[in-house]
Design a protein around this ligand. Structure first.
Ligand SMILES: [Zn+2]
Length: 351
């Protein structure tokens, strides 16, 4: 069967192979036919050789951690043939640590977790894959065209859940949310903010194109400028750029008792000058919280599935700005300036 593979650590080793073995039963009883996989920056880092780990005993890693597929069979009876599912990316570590033992693998303490398409587990960019029922998340039939957005939505759902938990330290009635970065994560963060009834502001560098239109389509306010130019103090910020200046500026800009959730992974190596004393002073005197958030556990995946089911499918569809058939896999992994989310389609998606 077709699979998109890389040799982790070897740049330009991206290949489409047509004789990849069928998924072995030890990968789980649920057999799934792939419809599509989403492409993100992590895939590009793996392709560039800077990231990724092949499963034990293999030189190659099948790419793909943002999945959508259709159940072929589940002998356990928990999923029905034909049902739409996405595969949960992270699996608990073998020890397991206290968090993994409690199924909170997104908070793994020892770093020995595994991840489909990233770390020691083959990904979902293959015609068929297997998993355990607990790691397959059902999606409403109406989400056939957009369900591949579930993985990025799960990351955002976790961020919002943790914001709520932190907010619960005192009376928490946020009114205004700021999202920095209008990529897929930022736009999905804005969607969840809007679903919570917040006044939503999204800031990005782009002055025209898909991004302002999508923010407008959500009934939110778009800002193309700097954080410090904003004429309001947000109660909550979801930082989705990882750009050092933006990260520091939102910590300064957030209002009293404000919460900043950092989701952008910076590349590092760039130094900017900050007044650490003044920043500390403002965080302390305003009871501000700044926290990082990555990955998601099953609870967050279910929250994300609920959020997608309540969203306008037309709007979600506009987040996917390019779809490539698997034969054009190389183009899918090459970024273009207007891309928001690029999706690789498998034959079952079109045939
Ligand atoms: Zn763990």
């Amino acid at each position: 069967m077709f699979a998109v593979t890389v040799i982790p650590g070897t740049p330009d080793s991206l290949r489409l192979v047509d004789d990849f073995p069928e998924p072995p039963p030890r990968e789980g009883p649920v057999l799934v036919e792939a419809l599509s996989v989403g492409v993100c920056a992590t895939d590009r880092e793996i392709i560039d050789g800077g990231f990724g780990e092949a499963p034990e005993g293999s030189d190659t890693l099948v790419l793909g951690h943002e999945s959508l597929g259709r159940v072929i069979e589940d002998p356990t009876g928990q999923l029905r043939p034909g049902e739409l599912v996405a595969g949960i990316v992270r699996h608990p570590d073998p020890v397991p640590c206290a968090n993994c033992a409690a199924r909170e693998w997104d908070m793994c303490r020892n770093g020995r977790y595994t991840e489909h398409g990233i770390k020691a587990l083959h990904g979902f960019a293959r015609e068929r894959w297997r998993t355990q029922p607990e790691f397959a998340v059902p999606l409403a039939p109406g989400l056939a065209g957009v369900g591949v957005l579930l993985e990025p939505a799960s990351v955002v759902a976790k961020g919002w859940e943790h914001i709520d938990r932190i907010g619960a330290r005192a009376v928490w009635r946020p009114r205004r949310a700021l999202v920095t970065g209008a990529g897929p994560i930022g736009l999905l963060a804005a969607l969840l903010a809007q679903q919570r009834g917040l006044e939503v502001h999204v800031l990005d560098r782009a002055e025209r194109g898909h991004k302002p239109a999508l923010v407008d389509g959500l009934g939110a306010t778009y800002h193309a400028g700097t954080v410090m130019d904003l004429d309001f103090e947000p109660d909550v910020v979801l930082e989705c750029t990882g750009a050092p200046t933006v990260v520091i500026d939102v910590m300064d800009k957030v209002g009293r008792n404000g919460i900043v959730c950092l989701t952008g992974v910076s590349s590092g190596g760039r130094t900017i000058e900050i007044d650490a004393g003044a920043l500390n002073r403002s965080l302390v005197l305003e009871n501000n919280v700044v926290f990082g958030s990555v990955n998601a556990n099953r609870r967050h995946w279910l929250q994300a599935a609920d959020a997608l089911a309540r969203a306008d499918v037309g709007w979600l569809g506009r987040l996917i700005t390019r779809r490539e058939d698997v034969a054009h896999y190389a183009e899918a992994y090459e970024g273009q300036p207007d891309d928001i989310k690029v999706v690789l389609n498998f034959p079952a998606a079109t045939g």
